[in-house]
Design a protein around this ligand. Structure first.
Ligand code: SF4
Length: 398
């Protein structure tokens, strides 16, 4: 198989979807979200902008917006999914137009470099042995100098990612590998994401070392896919957009039930089995809770009895109980205000690294074993509360 960024992401998102789509090639009606549809139309419009520019035709913004409207209307289908509450087709249509206008206004008059690839296909042979092939399509490749190139990608998400995410994104880094292969003279390659909803850009650069690491990771991922025998389902919020929901083992039963009349639903075999299991499980939990409470009460009685008589082991007919009380230090819980004070104190005393960024077990040992200087010990002890743990060890009498 020739892989691509979207095929690899599909496997990572859900191995079962990858199997149904690319290995079994199951035919199902395609589901499309309005976000994906709108993104597609923005891409088509910006593609037209640069294809026309290559032919010396400069479009006015109005002409581009008309083009956006035309392709939107031509391709619109009622089956396109709108899942965000309170949003309508009109909202997305307007947002799409805003994306086109944002890009146009920010980049007009498009004089930075020469567009040398629009929707440009790249192919890569990761190991140069034909075993791990990758392909992809760049939105736009621009040459800005003799040895300087830019890979551009349009994003229509209504969310701005952090720089760290941009620097970890593998899609454009894969394209960089493709550009370097086709243009060995390239010394500088800018990876540029256009977040057109916000009229902002994200830029990232990858070193040779980073690309080598990525190359190895991609080969490892392909090897993992090819060694997979059972493609597991991975349910997530993305399932509602998945075209394979109706044939997916995680959803097939629900799909089947939705077609049943209400009367038949409750008596369907699977529904009855699931209900019976849920009922028994609830009963088990209730019983466990009851027994836990009884054990706790008994434990209190046992400790009182042992204390009264000074016993450490209590003998039964077949079993004996070893009674143990240990003292432990308890520190303020994560997220509490007191915890922040304690963390600040640890940093102030330069103990942060030594205590593995506040490992409370280690801190307990340090305090109990007197490993800290007296001033630090005194200050830190203010945050430690002594608690008692009572344990009973049950064993068979030999
Ligand atoms: S519906 Fe969900 S679990 Fe099933 S194949 Fe699609 S993404 Fe995977």
């Amino acid at each position: 198989m020739i892989y691509s960024h979207s095929r690899l992401s599909c496997f990572e998102q859900c191995p079962k979807k990858f199997e149904l789509k690319y290995l079994l090639k199951v035919k199902v009606p395609e589901k499309q979200s309005i976000e994906a549809f709108m993104g597609g139309k923005v891409h088509e419009t910006l593609e037209k902008l640069f294809v026309d520019l290559q032919h010396t035709k400069k479009n006015e913004l109005k002409a581009l917006l008309d083009y956006f409207e035309k392709v939107w209307k031509e391709d619109w289908r009622e089956s396109i999914l709108i899942t965000k509450e309170g949003l309508t087709v009109e909202h997305y249509f307007e947002l799409g137009k805003k994306c086109v206008a944002n890009f146009y206004e920010k980049n007009h008059p498009f004089k930075v470099g020469v567009p040398i690839g629009i929707e440009k296909k790249i192919t890569l042979d990761l190991n140069e042995d034909g075993k791990y092939k990758l392909t992809g399509r760049m939105d736009l490749l621009i040459q800005v100098g003799k040895n300087h190139f830019q890979v551009h990608d349009y994003k229509t998400y209504a969310k701005l990612p952090e720089q760290q995410k941009i620097d970890e994104d593998m899609q454009l880094a894969i394209y960089q590998m493709g550009v370097q292969k086709q243009f060995p003279e390239a010394k500088k390659i800018d990876l540029i994401w256009h977040y057109v909803v916000f009229q902002r850009e994200g830029i990232s650069h990858r070193s040779k070392k980073q690309l080598e690491t990525l190359r190895k990771e991609l080969i490892a991922l392909i090897k993992k896919i090819e060694a997979t025998e059972k493609f597991e389902t991975k349910e997530s919020g993305l399932c509602k957009y998945c075209s394979y929901e109706q044939v997916c083992p995680a959803w097939k039963h629900q799909e089947m039930l939705e077609k049943l009349p209400a009367k038949k639903y409750a008596v369907e075999e699977g529904v009855q089995l699931a209900d019976k299991y849920a009922k028994l499980y609830a009963e088990k939990q209730e019983l466990l809770e009851k027994i836990e409470n009884q054990l706790e009460e008994l434990k209190t009685e046992i400790f009182e009895y042992a204390k009264q008589h000074g016993f450490e082991v209590i003998q039964g007919t077949s079993h004996k109980l070893k009674i143990k009380t240990t003292e432990k230090l308890k520190f303020p819980g994560k997220g509490s205000e007191e915890r922040s004070h304690l963390e600040a104190l640890i940093r102030r005393h330069n103990l942060w690294t030594e205590l593995s960024e506040l490992d409370t077990t280690k801190l307990s040992h340090y305090l109990e074993e007197g490993k800290l200087p007296k001033t630090e010990e005194k200050e830190l002890k203010k945050y430690a509360e002594k608690t008692e743990t009572k344990t009973i060890y049950l064993s068979k009498i030999k």
